[in-house]
Design a binder for this molecule. Sequence first.
Ligand code: FAD
Length: 486
Amino acid sequence: MGKVTGFKEYGRELPPKRAPQERINDYKEFTGCFTEDKLNHQAARCMNCGIPFCHSGCPLGNVIPEFNDAVYKENWEEAYSILTSTNNFPEFTGRICPAPCEAACVLGINKPPVTIEEIEKHIIEIAFSKGLVNAKAPLIRSGKTVAVIGSGPAGLAAAAQLNKAGHLVTVFERDDKPGGLLRFGIPDFKLEKWVIERRVTLMEEEGIQFKCNTEVGKDIHADEILRNFDAVVLAGGSTIPRNLPAPGRELKGVYFAMEFLKQQNKRVSNIEFKEEPIWATDKDVIVIGGGDTGSDCVGTSNRHGAKSVTQFELMPKPPASRTESMPWPTYPMLLKTSTSHEEGCERNWGINTKEFLGDAEGNLRALKVVDVEWETDVFGRPVKFKEVEGSERELPAQLVLLAMGFVHPQREGLLEQLGTEFDARGNVKAAEGAYQTNVHKVFAAGDMRRGQSLVVWAISEGREAARRVDQFLNGSTALESKDAES
Ligand code: FAD
């Protein structure tokens, strides 16, 4: 532990951000860097407590007090080595993770937690700037081949680990470029795409092959993949969005969030698309859904120059801070207002959409909505809602973006051809810890297996699934696991 009294001397600080009114004029990231002093002080706040709950709060099992200590001592090689022993892509999680580790930080019991996510980003960026991050191709090849289907964070992590174990890995991706939702879901203002390019280039130098514009199940039959590879990792994500089948859903102006976000990500990267362009410019925009996807729609609509941006959430407003009914460790998502909300957005909680209303040309003009009241169970959790009498009203809207989550992976094509079983929620069935599907030599990881989740979980699943594949191919594995005993 670097500085015993650090947590008493220094308060939590975050790096400076560009002002909302300035940053909505472009799509670039807007969070700056710490000065050397500030970074040192923030790392010194880590108490290295006896039981570091941050380890288990992090789905990757990041060894947080140890890397904080190395940062405090400015030992960048050590910090980088500790961080990357559990996380292949800290440059992604350091930018966009909701940081469940911070919610579990013991300092958070009575003070703001350590700024773990930002420290992580600084370690990896400093490591890149000091030339510490280099391609490391395996010294010995196993002669075994693995197909990874899908190049989101789960597929990338599985590919990196399996390549490290010496197998020849080919990643198939149906989109124009690798990255999955990192590339085509999450906007550049949260994660600029050169960050993905930089990593993919390293992975290629390490010997991983990427085959983009190739949908397995359409461009290549799944049987061909089974014939040509010794093992397969399914990492195709959870891509079917939840719909809102209210009257008027077919009106022009009602879209799924990903239709809108994917176009904008392609525009920023100068990638052509054939779909009709969706613009929020000068429109009253209503985003239905209060999660990450919804707030990315808010930030993008503001950058388009929307007339107004409103976000609806069916659920009641969560507590703004820790309360008696929600003691430490806190669930991070409840407390977080995204940076997009700082840029201008009205947020309405406990509101339900009853109808999309159109004009004579079939264009959306308004939403019919109603307030709802929630009944709670003995733990205070909302379980059932009823409409508030007399609260029904019309709200003007020329663009509605449905951001209500994803229900399961796409079944047609790949999964039907393979004959994979599904769990009760409709995701690919493969027990956590084993990652093996019902199909011989086929494994699954990430949102395709666990349902829509987080980047940090996708990386964690990709890593753990890679261990199981390596064991399957070799009989044993030397790849690291977050669970020491497994
Ligand atoms: P994905 O990232 O979905 O990647 C799957 C890939 O597989 C895709 O590229 C797809 O094209 C490809 N594919 C599918 N089928 C085939 C096939 N048959 N052949 C070839 N390729 C195929 N999480 C966070 O932690 N922080 C955030 O800020 C955050 N923001 C988000 C914002 C949005 C708009 C969305 C939608 C999600 C967000 N998430 C966020 C969630 C996070 O992005 C996902 O949990 C994560 O990307 C899942 O990773 P994955 O690798 O399992 O799947």
